[in-house]
Design a protein around this ligand. Structure first.
Ligand code: ACO
Length: 401
């Protein structure tokens, strides 16, 4: 391993690595990925084991504190999170300033950024207690804020959180209950929701997490840093991919059209890419996609939905996995390929897909941010550049240009 800092100090040279494909930006004990083998571990536990045996707040505890909670720790942690699920009543006024047809991700960026204006008492990053309170607030309030963004867009009243429900159940309640009718909770659906949250909880130094760390490295408050992460997540090459998958499946429309789209995806003069395929790190099956595929079948069986989009997705997956181009470039389905179909079955509109990803990833962002702030060797992030502009030249007065 090259010690880049030493190299720079001794030679004045730095590494040029567009997209940071081979640059480690930090040390982290949270998440391990082996992209060639298709392995994802949180604090040493496999994502498959966590998705099968834990609930989302277990995983949140694991990421924040380093180990799975025992019964007492779990009870206290669940209580500490649920204590913060309400948002300041005045925050609802903030929503009313947005257009009704605003994308919920746009609303989420704005409202989360505004949290530092509401919760001044947890913005001092040097105070350990304030850091913890800010972490609880972000994890607890994110589903409330996300559901409010949805309710606002459909013109329904906001639902207050219910602390007698699990994190996943409460989110479903806030999203889908209406005053005239409580949301009918099915254990299979609640479990599927919980799994989606677990599968998206953390994924080491992806674009949005690196954005949170880079913003936080300047000492910015945690609410501002998470808002920056949300903005980065929104892009279709990152968190926006599951929304893009569904749009793509709808555009393909029928199995007979798959080959035409595969051809487009391979054509280098065509910007079209097969959404939900490929990953910067996984050059094998994304382990989260396998769990999500199983969940997808359970949900569709429970709801007795015969979704033609799922059939289309399966056919597309089969054709792409057997295609030389996709095999050669190691382009496998990623987690977003199936999560869009599950979310659609659960009743989420496509515009909420990335919002839901942000709800889950908040845990990872917060844990990564805390890890960075609590690292005594932490420095402000400041990449270098390869300058390609003109050399120094004489200034030309306006009249002579
Ligand atoms: N369809 C067709 N070709 C693809 C695809 C795809 N989905 N993904 C990559 N390729 C090709 C590229 O054209 C490139 O070909 P080349 O070597 O001939 O130039 C090669 O595979 C490598 O691709 P890169 O873009 O260099 O790989 P990178 O690691 O930068 O990109 C990314 C990864 C952004 C995820 C890419 O695979 C992609 O755009 N996929 C579709 C969007 C998507 O599903 N994103 C979700 C990511 S997972 C997440 O955020 C949870």
């Amino acid at each position: 391993v090259i010690d880049v800092r030493k190299l720079y100090a001794e030679t004045g040279h730095f590494t040029y690595d567009p997209g940071f494909t081979s640059t480690g930006s930090c040390e982290s004990a949270l998440t391990f990925i082996d992209g060639d083998e298709g392995i994802l571990l949180h604090r040493g536990y496999s994502i498959e084991d966590l998705a099968e045996n834990s609930d989302f707040l277990d995983v949140a505890y694991l990421l924040l504190y380093g180990d799975l909670p025992n019964k007492d720790q779990k009870k206290k942690f669940d209580r500490d999170v649920t204590y913060h699920t309400m948002v300041h009543e005045q925050l609802s006024n903030f929503y009313r300033g947005f257009r009704r047809d605003a994308h919920p991700m746009a609303v989420l960026c704005g409202v989360i950024g505004a949290l530092s204006a509401f919760y001044h008492d947890s913005t001092d990053i040097h105070d350990e207690r304030q850091r913890m309170v800010a972490s609880f607030r972000l994890i607890a309030k994110m589903p409330t804020i996300a559901a409010m963004a949805y309710k606002y867009s459909v013109g329904q009243p906001f639902n207050y959180p219910r602390n007698d429900l699990t994190y996943a159940e409460n989110f479903l309640h806030m999203m889908f209950a209406v005053p005239a009718e409580p949301y009918k909770m099915s254990p299979t659906i609640a479990r599927a929701m919980d799994r989606i949250l677990i599968l998206h909880a953390d994924h080491e130094q992806n674009a949005s997490t690196s954005t949170v760390r880079l913003s936080g490295s300047s000492g910015a408050n945690p609410f501002a840093c998470i808002a920056a992460g949300i903005a980065s997540l929104w892009g279709p090459a990152h968190g926006g991919a599951n929304e893009a998958v569904l749009n793509m499946l709808q555009e393909i429309g029928h199995k007979d059209n798959i080959n035409e789209y595969i051809k487009k995806a391979k054509d280098k003069d065509d910007p079209f890419r097969l959404m939900g395929f490929g990953h910067r790190v996984y050059k094998n099956y994304d382990p989260r996609a396998k769990v999500m595929q199983k969940s997808c079948h359970e949900v569709l069986a429970e709801l007795d939905l015969d979704d033609p989009l799922l059939e289309l997705a399966m056919a597309l997956e089969k054709i792409a996995l057997e295609d030389d181009y996709f095999v050669e470039k190691k382009l496998f389905p990623n987690v977003d390929f199936y999560s869009g179909i599950v979310l659609k079955a659960l009743g989420f509109p496509t515009s909420m897909f990335t919002v839901l990803f942000a709800v889950a990833r908040t845990v990872g962002w917060v844990a990564q941010w805390k890890e960075m702030i609590e690292d005594p060797s932490q420095k402000i992030g400041r990449p270098r550049q390869l300058y390609t502009g003109p050399a120094q030249r004489a200034y030309v007065p306006l009249g002579d240009r």
